[in-house]
Design a protein around this ligand. Structure first.
Ligand SMILES: Cc1ncc(C[n+]2csc(CCOP(=O)(O)OP(=O)(O)O)c2C)c(N)n1
Ligand SMILES: [Mg+2]
Length: 325
């Protein structure tokens, strides 16, 4: 086990911060006055699957890059994006990463090596390849994490990107968050194989499956792939088995998801798992967890007040930054 006590506690804090922030975004979206919305558009949450993006992103080093998907706020926080920035983005403020021009999870921050998110699911993956190609040409040991979902796994571009990365030995680790649903389409209508990771053999790269609700297991599985990529040995595919515990977005009550499936996964909550693990190791107790929750709530409340006071985008700037930041 390569993680120290300090690192394990830090992972726990990232899980908690992601959950606290997203629970708050959910509350605003569902309860706000639709005539005077604080959040324009919907919320897209990673509730119940935070360990995938937190555990995977925790493997990265400073110069590495992240090609996130729409449920990866945990990864953005690990990469150093702040609650202030993420709430300013959700509130469409001029000081947000997209300067108030785009909504919710459609953001990036190149100074923190987070690519601007392309909403078309697997479309991030060739961009991740491009970053890795650039790094290879400059002989940089940069690694790129490219996230995609079980639904995105059916897109042609996903297969093309993985094949291309394997052929040219690019330093990309493809992370599939298999949360069993793509909007209302269950995985059984998406593919007939047991594991998406089994497809890795067809591209000629290693494939691994891990418990996406166990942040330590996600970290360790992805770390092996990242180390391999950094040595110049090429890409890997890691599939993290998890469950989408909310609707697709805050507008979706997900009535199509069977209750027993949710019940099954509720017992495997990644934060609960981590608390149990930290208690077993005697690294933390309930009082510690309570304090972390209180600290996170305070951080989110303070960021909310700050973001509320920020000005929105100015109409005269609307045509700026259309092609370049
Ligand atoms: C090309 C394209 N088709 C459809 C959509 C609409 N859409 C956004 S997310 C999504 C489902 C994605 O499912 P999955 O890949 O499993 O990710 P999850 O939402 O479960 O994290 C769809 C169909 C889109 N953004 N782009
Ligand atoms: Mg999915």
């Amino acid at each position: 086990m390569s993680l120290t006590k300090t690192e394990l506690l830090e992972l726990y804090k990232y899980l908690r911060l992601t959950r606290t922030l997203e629970d708050w975004i959910y509350t605003i979206c569902v309860h706000q006055d639709p005539k005077q919305p604080l959040i324009i558009g919907k919320g897209y949450l990673s509730t119940g699957q935070e360990a995938v993006s937190v555990g995977a992103a925790y493997t990265l080093e400073k110069g590495d890059w992240l090609a996130q998907s729409h449920r990866d706020f945990g990864a953005l926080l690990v990469r150093g994006m702040t609650v202030d920035e993420l709430l300013a983005q959700y509130f469409s403020k001029a000081a947000s990463p997209t300067k108030g021009r785009d909504a919710n999870v459609h953001l990036g921050n190149t100074s923190k090596h987070v690519l601007g998110f392309i909403s078309h699911m697997g479309a991030m993956m060739p961009v991740a390849n491009g970053i890795a190609w650039g790094a290879k040409c400059r002989k940089n040991p940069t690694v790129v994490l490219a996230f995609f979902g079980d639904g995105a796994s059916s897109q042609g571009v996903v297969h093309e990107a993985m094949n291309y990365a394997a052929v040219f030995k690019l330093s990309v680790v493809f992370i599939c968050n298999n949360n069993r649903w793509a909007i209302s389409t269950p995985v059984k209508e998406q593919f007939t194989i047991e594991n998406i990771a089994d497809r890795a053999a067809g591209y000629g790269m290693p494939g691994a499956v891990c418990d996406g609700n166990n942040v330590v297991e996600v970290f360790e599985t992805v770390k092996k792939a990242v180390d391999r990529a950094r040595k110049g040995e090429g890409p890997s595919l890691v599939e993290c088995k998890t469950m989408r515990m909310t609707g697709h977005g805050t507008h979706d009550m997900a009535k199509y998801v069977p209750e027993d499936e949710l019940e099954h996964w509720k017992k495997r909550d990644p934060i609960q798992n981590m608390e149990n693990y930290l208690k077993e190791k005697k690294f933390a107790d309930d009082a510690y967890f309570k304090k972390v929750v209180a600290d996170m709530k305070k951080e989110v409340e303070e960021a909310t007040e700050k973001a509320k006071q920020m000005p929105g985008p100015k109409v005269e700037n609307e045509s700026r930054d259309v092609y370049a930041p």
